[in-house]
Design a protein around this ligand. Sequence first.
Ligand SMILES: Cc1cc2nc3c(=O)[nH]c(=O)nc-3n(C[C@H](O)[C@H](O)[C@H](O)COP(=O)(O)O)c2cc1C
Length: 347
Amino acid sequence: MLRFLTAGESHGEALVSILEGMPSGLKIDAGDINKDLKRRQEGYGRGARMQIESDQVKILSGLMKGETIGSPIAILIENKDFSMAELPAVKNPRPGHADMTGILKYGFKDARCVLERASARETAARVSIGAICKILLAEFNIDIFSRVLMIGGVKSEKLMKEKINEAAKSKNTLGGIFEVIIKGVPPGLGSYVHWDRRLDAAIGRALMSIPAVKAVEIGNAVECSAKPGSEVHDEIFYSKEKGIYRKTNNAGGVEGGISNGEDIITRGYMKPISTLMSGLNTIDIDTKKQVKASTERSDVCAVPAAGVVGEAVSSFVIARAFLEKFGGDSIAEVTRNYKGYIAGLKM
Ligand SMILES: Cc1cc2nc3c(=O)[nH]c(=O)nc-3n(C[C@H](O)[C@H](O)[C@H](O)COP(=O)(O)O)c2cc1C
């Protein structure tokens, strides 16, 4: 089974990740991974940290002459801003961040011990894992994109930028909605037979694991919840040229926990960033006096970046389900299994 772990603090020495279960024979170009890392760092509304870092991977293991050899792939991303030991203690936990819950859970007197790992800097590691999964999926013509649908309640690019400017000026922050579109997924990934094998559940969990994503939608679920079934379900048609096909995709490409061959379309709803330069009301954890929350260097809005992370976590889920269905120890074996299955579908 494809799996991964990440480690690393926001201002620690580096982020590291290990991806285990990739078949042998896949060509990996570090440049492709770095491209996605760069995309994660961009987007209107990002903070000064993203100007300091220029994330680059160092692949430490799992490759020979640029090709996977079936062993765990270890990836290192160095932090330029490696200043954790010198950074000040954080005594005024930020509402909406992990500061307060982390302090209570782990028994700290300093939210620095929490935020260093809770920070979304960790998502750079996940983007590197997702980028490798994308390379695998691209071998089978599966492509993943993301786009921003809404920021701060507005939908046009011009208005979104204006909203971000206003928010920055008034020391406020914004959230929004991103969409992830996955094209070329064959029917048959995931299963209805058990709750933890449902593809929609796995995608939902992955997107919800992105910091600040608080709701996930598959297909047009929100709009469809207010409509009768006759206007919602994607009717089934057949023609010799197209085979089985649909004219609509309200389901977002998953029925019964299984991909149905249509585009998989999901949306992540991100809450506003919780570090406000104006400082929300909170308490000093030592004195318990009412104070303003501490302010870290921070983004005003990170919805475009969250979309890139959404692509990465979705790529991992689809790659895992793909290898579960067509599994093999080498790309050649996976390809044989995949082609045999696709040929069977046409019969
Ligand atoms: C790409 C990305 C960048 C983020 N940047 C910031 C940031 O600069 N400042 C901040 O307070 N929160 C930021 N967040 C959100 C926090 O990481 C998140 O709110 C916090 O970890 C608490 O988790 P929760 O919101 O899921 O409860 C970012 C999230 C993402 C996905």
